[in-house]
Design a protein around this ligand. Structure first.
Ligand code: LLP
Length: 428
């Protein structure tokens, strides 16, 4: 069960030891690691849980590192893109256009044209966007499949900022007030062939996701009755919650599919092309970061490391929602032992709120130790903030049983890279 697996203390220790011997942690104060083997196992498990004729378009926004996207595409998956830049990343990763699902709520006309010309799958966020696409399709043929994002309004989960199927969400067309207009849109546009929903993952019970799927399936049948047109594609959106704490478990794709089979069996029909857009549940547990304790302030029991709110935006601002766990390794990378005590881990940035974790129980810490931050494979690097202009650490891919051949997926940014990033102006 790959979805039940997380990176253990022993694995993290072996990786950090090896990274200090030959490579990314020899001189650098931090690195981010991704277990590519675990990611592949999760993708394999996802594929085997769903019936054939399901495209798993993994959300780029969860982890946009190009080499990681390449590995996802090589497993036969697609990619979900939330911006035209992510579309570009998907194509650069070798993803065939019909496996790129373009979901932005703010697509410009130029971006719509580009997607239609390339044959990329588009999910339409609102009626005005639908109108723009209709206008474009009057003057060109396109291989794109076009779907409509409907907000099933099943309510939010326990984490408000990542729940998007509440009544007044900014995404998609609210179903309760637009049912007739949605039926009409399908009746009048033969090229409109897909339905799209997305509820949220972390904090959303599986029942909430299957509520939405059931509603979408009912709507699909209503559309077919009303317009005589077939909804060929059903995109059930992003995925399941994942586990950030040792005493919890997360639902597996197999359990999800079993629940779908119980509540909306026609969704699993071989005639329907399904799309999923998992992000967090595939990626989060595959990644960990190691950052050196630069200073330890004994009076405050405070460890200063090199990653803070720049890397951990959500956990720093809403720690109650994102309870990450930590390991402590000594300077050589061996697990620290000793009686635990409350420690506050702080980042390097210049504001008082840059607190990675308050009062976590950890073994005794000293300068030179490594703090391992678990489960950072999703929505961390992709939300990186440039405050204080710190360079992004190297991103390293590995397979646990071949630690002598780690792969630099993305090199560390140098101070020169940052100077280039903030750039030079020019006269216009
Ligand atoms: N599809 C759509 C349309 C989405 O908006 C998302 C995530 C996904 C798929 C992937 O969902 P996942 O399985 O990863 O939950 N910035 C946020 C991330 C929230 C997710 C946004 N949408 C955060 O603070 O964590």
């Amino acid at each position: 069960d790959a979805f039940g697996r997380r990176i253990s203390l022993d694995e993290a220790a072996a990786v950090v030891q090896s990274a200090q011997l030959h490579g990314p942690l020899t001189d650098a104060p931090s690195a981010i690691f991704h277990n590519l083997h675990l990611m592949q196992s999760r993708l394999a498990e996802l594929k085997s849980a769903f019936p054939p004729n399901t495209l798993h378009a993994i959300a780029i926004k969860a982890n946009p590192v190009l080499e990681i996207l390449r590995a996802v595409v090589q497993e036969g998956c697609g990619l979900e893109a939330a911006s035209i830049e992510e579309v570009q990343l998907a194509l650069a990763a070798g993803c065939p256009p019909q496996r790129v699902i373009f979901d932005s709520p703010a697509k410009t006309t130029a971006e719509i044209r580009q997607a239609l010309n390339a044959g990329i799958y588009l999910n339409v966020d609102n009626f005005e966007e639908l109108h723009r696409i209709a206008t474009e399709l009057q003057t060109r043929a396109s291989n794109s499949v076009v779907g409509l994002r409907v907000n099933p309004q099943v309510g939010g989960g326990t984490i408000s900022l990542t729940s998007v199927a509440n009544t007044d969400s900014k995404f998609g067309i609210p179903l309760s007030t637009n049912r007739a207009a949605i039926l009409e849109a399908f009746a009048s546009h033969a090229w409109l062939r897909g339905l799209h929903i997305h509820v949220g993952s972390q904090g959303c019970a599986m029942g909430l996701l299957t509520d939405a799927i059931t509603i979408a399936d009912t709507l699909r049948k209503e559309i077919e009755q009303h317009s005589g047109q077939v909804v060929t594609h059903l995109d059930i959106g992003g995925g399941l919650p994942t586990v950030y704490q040792s005493d919890l478990t997360a639902p597996t794709p197999a359990e999800y599919v079993a629940e779908i089979r119980k509540r909306a069996p026609d969704v699993l029909s071989p005639d329907l092309q399904r799309i999923t857009e998992f992000g967090r549940a595939v990626q989060a547990n595959c990644g960990f970061a190691a950052s050196r304790v630069e200073y330890y302030k004994p009076a405050q029991q405070m460890a200063v490391i090199h990653l803070g709110a720049d890397f951990l935006l959500r956990p720093v601002y809403r720690p109650e929602d994102w309870p990450h766990e930590f390991f402590v390794l000594d300077a050589q990378g061996f697990p620290k032992t000793g009686e635990t005590r409350p420690v506050t881990i702080v980042g390097p940035l210049c504001f008082g709120g840059d607190i990675v974790a308050r009062d976590v129980q950890l073994p005794p810490i000293e300068a030179g130790d490594w703090i391992v931050i678990r489960d950072v494979g999703a929505y961390t690097l992709s939300m990186w903030s440039r405050h204080c202009s710190r360079g992004i650490p190297a991103v390293i891919g590995y397979e646990p049983d071949r630690l002598d051949t780690m792969q630099v997926l993305r090199p560390a940014e140098s101070p020169e890279d940052i100077v280039r990033y903030w750039g030079h102006g020019e006269q216009i």
